[in-house]
Design a protein around this ligand. Structure first.
Ligand code: C2E
Ligand code: MG
Ligand code: MG
Length: 611
C-alpha cells in the first residue's frame, strides 16, 4: 500500500516539475513523507577517475554527511553498497541488510542509531545509459517484498523519464535561443543584424513621431573589405570585420544600437539625434574606425564612410531612412570629410525617382531601350574609324530620357548589371548586322563601376564573341577615369582580363578624375578620351587648352592614342589637329544616331571610309 501511495504521489510531482534539482528533491520527499520510508536519495555517477557518486538530493539524512562518505561506483569500498551495485549492473540492488552485511560495517553504528535496517537501490536510465541510482532505506530489515520492489522500480523509471523530459526541455529552450540569436544576430560579429535593426528602427520611428522628436540613422561603409577578401582571402576579411565590429560595439547602450546590415556595412541608430549630434557621432566613429586594423601578418588602413539620414527630414519610415542613409554613405566615399548627410530631396521627388527605377527594370524587359551610335573620326585620314555605343531610353510617357541621369539611377538601384547586359547583347548584334551590310567598324561599349565587380561579365563577353563570331578588334570598351581610381586593385584585374580578349580599352572622361599618368601607365589601356569639358572650351579657356595639349603630349609619350570628346566646331577640330590629336568625337562630326541608321550615314558622310 505504501509503495502504491508513493508511486501515485511521485507521478504527481513528475507532472509539476519544472527543473531537475526540484524534481529529484520532490521525489525523495514523497518517498519519505508519503511513503513512510526512512531515507530516499539520488546519486549520479560521475565519470571521473575515482568514479565518484555525486549526491543530488536526499531526504531523511543529511546530504553533507552522505557526500562526506566519498561514495564510489567503482568496485572497492563503498562500491559494494546497493547504490553502486545498481549503477554498475543496471539492475535494482534489492533488500540489502545494513546491520549484517560486511560492506556496511563502517556505518553500522550510525544505522542502528538512526533506525535504518534495509536498503534497495534502483538504477536511473536515460536513453539506455545509467546516469545514477535512487536509493530507498527502510526501518524494517524485511521491507522490500517483490510487489513493493516492482512498484518502486516503476517509480524509478518514472523518475528517469521525468529527468530525460526536463533535459529535453532545456535543450529545446537552448535551441530556441540559438535560433533566435541566429535570426536577430550576425554570426560573424555577434552584432544585431539587419532584421534587428529594422525592428528597432520601426519602433523608434513610431516613438519619435509620437513625441515629435528627431532620430538619426548612420550607415557605415567599410572600404577595402572587398579588396582584403580578394587579395588576402576570406579569413582575413572576417578578421577585418570582427576588428571593426569590436570598435563599433561599445557604441551600443540602452538607447543607441549598432548593427551589421550588409557585408561591409554597419548602421548606428541614434534616437533623439538631430543633424548636429549625428554629425558629431559620425566624426567620432570615423576617428576610431580610421585606426589601422591588425590582420594576421600586417596592419591595413581602414577607410570608413558614413551616410546620415534623419527622421523626419529625410524619410518618415524605417525603410526609406535605411535606403537613403545607404545612398548617402556611397556619396560620402567621394567626400573629404568621410561622412555625408542625405541630400534632402523632397520625398515626392524621391518617390518619383524610385518609380523610375521600377520602370527601368521593366524597360529592360520590354525593349524600351535603344542603341545609338556616335562616330569617331581619325584626324590623319579624316575617315570614320569607329563608333561609340550609347544607350537611350524611350519612355512610353516621358519620351527620350537623359542618358547620364538614368545611368546614375541604374547605378544606385543596382540595375547596371542588367542594363550592361542589354547593351552588350545589342552591340554585338549590331556589329554583326553592320558586317553583313559591308561596314567593318569597331564599336565601343561603356562599362560602369558596378560592371567591374560583376563576376559574370567576362564570361558573358566571351560568350557573345563566340555566338556572333565577332573579331576582337571590332569590340572596344570604355571605362571612366573615376571608376579606375575608385577601385584600383579590382580595376587592374578586370582590365587585364578584358585586355586578354584582344580588345582595345579606353579611359573615358579623362581629366575629371585624379589619376596620374604614371598610374595609367600601369593599366593595360590603349587610349585616353579627353573629357568634353576641356575640349568644349579649349578655344576660350587657357587652362583647358593647356590640359588638352599636355594630355596629348604626355599620352603620346606613354604610347597612348588620344581621343577628344565633345568636338563641336570646326575651330576646335583645327586646333586639335595642330596639337596632333589622333581621334575626334562630337557634334561637329555627328550627333549620336540610331544604330541601324549608322551605315547609311557613314556611306554618305564626308568622313566616309572606303572599304
Ligand atoms: P560618355 O561615354 O563620355 O559619352 C559621351 C557623351 O557625350 C554622350 O552623352 C554623347 O551624346 C555626348 N556628346 C557627344 N558629342 C558631344 C558634343 O559634341 N558635345 C556635347 N556637349 N556632348 C557630346 P550621353 O549619350 O548622354 O551619355 C552620357 C554618359 O552616359 C556617357 O558618357 C556614358 O558615361 C554614359 N553611358 C551612355 N551609354 C551607356 C551605356 O550603354 N552603358 C554605360 N555604363 N554608360 C553609358
Ligand atoms: Mg564613353
Ligand atoms: Mg566621356
Amino acid at each position: 500500500m505504501r509503495a502504491l501511495r508513493t508511486l501515485s504521489a511521485g507521478n504527481r510531482s513528475l507532472l509539476r516539475a519544472t527543473d531537475e534539482d526540484g524534481l529529484l528533491h520532490e521525489m525523495c520527499r514523497v518517498i519519505v513523507e508519503e511513503g513512510g520510508y526512512r531515507v530516499a536519495s539520488v546519486g549520479y555517477a560521475e565519470h571521473d577517475e575515482e568514479k565518484h557518486i555525486r549526491v543530488m538530493a536526499s531526504v531523511g539524512i543529511d546530504r553533507a554527511l552522505l557526500q562526506g562518505l566519498a561514495l564510489t561506483w567503482g568496485e572497492a569500498g563503498t562500491g559494494q553498497w546497493a547504490v553502486a551495485t545498481a549503477i554498475r549492473s543496471g539492475e535494482p540492488s534489492v533488500g540489502r541488510h545494513l546491520l549484517t552485511e560486511p560492506a556496511y560495517a563502517d556505518i553500522r553504528d550510525y544505522a542502528i542509531e538512526a533506525g535504518y535496517a534495509a536498503v534497495t537501490a534502483f538504477p536511473l536510465r536515460i536513453e539506455g545509459e545509467v546516469i545514477g541510482a535512487l536509493s530507498v532505506l527502510a526501518a524494517d530489515a524485511d521491507a522490500f517484498d517483490k510487489a513493493e520492489v516492482t512498484l518502486l522500480g516503476e517509480l524509478a523509471e518514472d523518475l528517469s523519464y521525468g529527468i530525460a523530459n526536463l533535459r529535453t526541455r532545456v535543450k529545446h529552450r537552448e535551441a530556441e535561443k540559438t535560433i533566435e540569436r541566429m535570426a536577430f544576430y550576425d554570426a560573424l560579429t555577434a552584432l544585431p543584424n539587419r532584421t534587428s535593426l529594422c525592428d528597432r528602427l520601426s519602433h523608434t520611428v513610431a516613438n519619435a513621431r509620437h513625441d515629435f522628436r528627431p532620430l538619426a540613422l548612420l550607415v557605415i561603409k567599410m572600404g577595402q573589405f572587398q579588396e582584403i577578401n580578394e587579395t588576402l582571402g576570406y579569413m582575413e576579411g572576417d578578421l577585418f570585420l570582427r576588428a571593426v565590429s569590436a570598435r563599433l560595439a561599445p557604441f551600443t547602450d540602452d538607447v543607441r544600437l549598432v548593427a551589421r546590415v550588409g557585408e561591409d556595412e554597419f548602421a548606428a541608430l541614434l534616437p533623439g539625434a538631430g543633424a548636429e549630434n549625428a554629425t558629431q557621432v559620425a566624426q567620432q566613429l570615423l576617428k576610431i574606425l580610421r585606426e589601422p586594423v591588425e590582420l594576421t601578418d600586417f596592419a591595413v588602413d581602414a577607410h570608413a564612410s558614413i551616410g546620415i539620414a534623419l527622421f523626419p527630414g529625410h524619410g518618415t519610415d524605417a525603410s526609406a531612412l535605411l535606403r537613403r542613409a545607404t545612398v548617402a554613405a556611397g556619396q560620402a566615399t567621394h567626400s573629404a570629410a568621410g561622412y555625408a548627410l542625405c541630400i534632402s530631396t523632397p520625398d515626392r521627388e524621391f518617390s518619383q525617382r524610385l518609380a523610375l527605377m521600377g520602370e527601368l527594370r521593366r524597360a529592360i524587359a520590354n525593349e524600351e531601350l535603344r542603341l545609338y551610335c556616335q562616330p569617331k573620326v581619325n584626324f590623319g585620314s579624316r575617315q570614320t574609324c569607329g563608333a561609340e555605343a550609347l544607350v537611350r531610353w524611350h519612355h512610353p510617357r516621358h519620351g527620350m530620357l537623359a542618358t547620364g541621369h538614368f545611368i546614375k539611377l541604374a547605378e544606385h538601384a543596382g540595375l547596371i548589371t542588367p542594363l550592361t547586359h542589354w547593351v552588350l547583347e545589342a552591340a554585338f548584334r549590331q556589329s554583326y548586322a553592320w558586317a553583313e551590310a559591308g561596314l567593318d567598324m569597331p564599336l565601343s561599349v561603356n562599362l560602369s563601376a558596378h560592371d567591374l565587380r560583376d563576376p559574370q561579365l567576362l564570361d558573358r563577353i566571351k560568350g557573345l564573341f563566340a555566338t556572333w563570331g565577332t573579331r576582337p578588334e571590332m569590340m572596344q570598351f570604355e571605362l571612366t577615369e573615376s571608376v579606375l581610381m575608385e577601385e584600383p586593385a579590382s580595376a587592374v584585374d578586370m582590365l587585364t582580363r578584358l585586355k586578354a580578349l584582344g580588345v582595345k580599352l579606353f579611359v573615358d572622361d579623362y581629366g575629371t578624375g585624379f589619376s596620374s599618368l604614371s598610374y595609367l601607365q600601369r593599366l593595360p589601356v590603349d587610349s585616353l578620351k579627353i573629357d568634353q569639358s576641356f575640349v568644349g572650351n579649349m578655344l576660350d579657356s587657357k587652362d583647358s587648352a593647356i590640359i588638352v595639349q599636355s594630355t596629348i603630349e604626355l599620352g603620346h609619350n606613354l604610347g597612348l592614342e588620344i581621343v577628344a570628346e565633345g568636338v563641336e566646331s570646326e575651330g576646335v577640330w583645327q586646333r586639335l589637329a595642330t596639337l596632333d590629336c589622333d581621334t575626334a568625337q562630337g557634334y561637329f562630326i555627328s550627333m549620336p544616331l540610331p544604330a541601324a541608321q549608322f551605315p547609311e550615314w557613314e556611306a554618305q558622310s564626308r568622313w566616309h571610309a572606303p572599304a
